[in-house]
Design a binder for this molecule. Structure first.
Ligand code: ACO
Length: 450
């Protein structure tokens, strides 16, 4: 029997049948054709609560109506005050501040404070915050030994994910997720230690001795020192490169309910500690459709090889031979505002490092794709990963380290979202429903009869 459920939106004024007394002013009236019953469902913030649909039943023992939304295409899983995105207009704001202003005027640590606390820090707050992060940059020597156990060619993301999870065993008090002071302590630890783990992973990969943190340096400069310092007493950072890395960190700090953040919230909702939750979020980020795309962009550009091969490559993509990495986004149906800022930053970096030859191919790829019917029709624009890899390469990072560079700043976003989830009285352990479409009951068949 076909379901002919009729839904009317009262906000449009086209619902003369709805009861005026019992129902809130903004609601949907859902008429179930199976029973002919009408259900007013309240509308709040342009959404209805999926749980309000459960009262729609054909009989008392009916479970009730659910929504079916694979990949969360149209489901809000939380209320949040952290990040706002308007994907059609290409707008991104942290706590109300446009990303362009933050990228121009702030440091990453200032932005991390904003994301986690809701307000920009005063001078004193920023000094305290910076101090609290900086005193947590060292790793326990046993963590270092743990990292030594990885094979020489271990992927830095695999090392980062595992080491983040391993930190849980060093700080068992972190399980006390309902204590605000304990949470704060782990937040300082995680933001402080992530660059050190990332740098150690890189040095291990290169067979180089680890460089311990230099707490006199800024957050990005210390990271660069841990990566690239050789025998000199003090690593001298080029200020253009230091600032470029800080801007990249700002741009990657948060991006509302993406795959990695959703993993963070979901794992954290079981009250797992923040180290294992962050490890899970980083694992989600690692995938090539998410943060792993920056690595894939560079591989793709190398595969194309030269500017004149771009039209042929685009033809293959349109024929269904893979995806144009660094293009397209679930939310942005316009130019990703972060990609714009990265492109501008790239120009400044190239003045110091010299032009990355991949840039020419990338620019040509963008030019051709943006005027191609296939990409225009599907609203596919460059995303944050399209140009970030080109800068990372110019800064001297190996391709395998790119996603790690994404994970470092995203840690502050994950932690802000994790804390917001824990403090939200509407949140519980995340546990989606399913539509079961497997076998009905059947009797066991002994092995000799199968
Ligand atoms: N190249 C070619 N075609 C694409 C691309 C692409 N990069 N992205 C989407 N399309 C096509 C799809 O094939 C689909 O076409 P169809 O309607 O003919 O079937 C249409 O555009 C819609 O795409 P979906 O896959 O439905 O979009 P979705 O929102 O599920 O996926 C995603 C978004 C995963 C980002 C996708 O665009 C993609 O795979 N891009 C390449 C990987 C990438 O750059 N990921 C980084 C995203 S940013 C980040 O996570 C930090």
């Amino acid at each position: 029997m076909p379901d002919n459920t009729i839904v009317q939106d009262t906000r449009t004024g086209k619902n003369p049948e709805a009861s005026k007394e019992m129902v809130p002013p903004d609601h949907l009236t859902i008429k179930d054709s199976r029973t002919n019953k009408e259900y007013p469902v309240p509308i709040q913030n342009g959404t209805i609560k999926a749980m309000d649909l459960r009262k729609i039943k054909v009989s008392d023992d009916d479970f009730g109506m659910m929504t079916y939304d694979p990949a969360f295409m149209n489901t809000a899983s939380c209320q949040s005050k952290i990040t706002f995105i308007d994907g059609d207009k290409g707008i991104l704001r942290y706590r109300g501040y446009p990303i362009e202003q933050l990228a121009e005027r702030c440091t990453y640590l200032e932005v991390a404070y904003l994301i986690l606390h809701g307000e920009l820090p005063t001078k004193t707050q920023l000094a305290d915050w910076t101090h609290n992060i900086t005193v947590h940059t060292l790793l326990h020597e046993n963590v270092k030994k743990f990292m030594d156990g990885f094979n020489y060619d271990a992927h830095p993301m695999g090392m980062l994910i595992s080491t983040l999870a391993a930190l849980s065993t060093f700080y068992p008090e972190s399980k006390n997720v309902h204590d605000a002071a304990t949470r704060k302590h782990q937040i300082h630890r995680l933001i402080g230690k992530v660059p050190t783990i990332a740098a150690f992973a890189y040095r291990h990969h290169r067979g180089l001795p680890y460089v311990y943190p230099d707490n006199e340096l800024s957050y990005p400069a210390n990271f660069l020192s841990m990566l690239f310092k050789m025998t000199e007493k003090k690593y001298v950072v080029n200020p253009v490169i230091e600032r470029a890395l800080d801007i990249l960190f700002i741009l990657h700090a948060d991006h509302e309910q993406n795959c990695g953040t959703n993993a963070m919230r979901s794992i954290g909702s079981s009250q797992a500690d923040p180290f294992v939750s962050t490890a899970g979020a980083a694992a989600a980020l690692y995938g090539p459709l998410h943060g792993g795309a920056n690595e894939q962009v560079l591989r793709m550009l190398r595969e194309i090889g030269s500017k004149d091969k771009v039209p042929e490559f685009v033809k293959r993509i349109k024929a269904g031979e893979g995806k144009l990495m660094g293009f397209g986004h679930r939310v942005y149906k316009n130019y990703d505002p972060r990609a714009k800022i990265i492109k501008e930053t790239a120009d400044k970096v190239f003045e110091v490092t010299g032009r990355n030859p991949q840039l020419e191919i990338a620019t040509e790829l963008e030019r051709i794709a943006l005027q191609d019917e296939y990409f225009m029709k599907r609203k596919l624009y460059p995303n944050v990963d399209f140009y970030s890899g080109i800068i990372y390469e110019a800064l001297g990072f190996p391709t395998e380290a790119f996603t790690v560079l994404f994970a470092i700043p995203r840690t502050s976003g994950w932690l802000a979202q994790w804390e917001e989830m824990l403090l939200d009285p509407e949140q519980k352990i995340a546990r989606p429903r399913q539509v079961y479409n497997g076998y009905d009951t059947r009797n066991f068949v002994p092995i000799e009869k199968r």
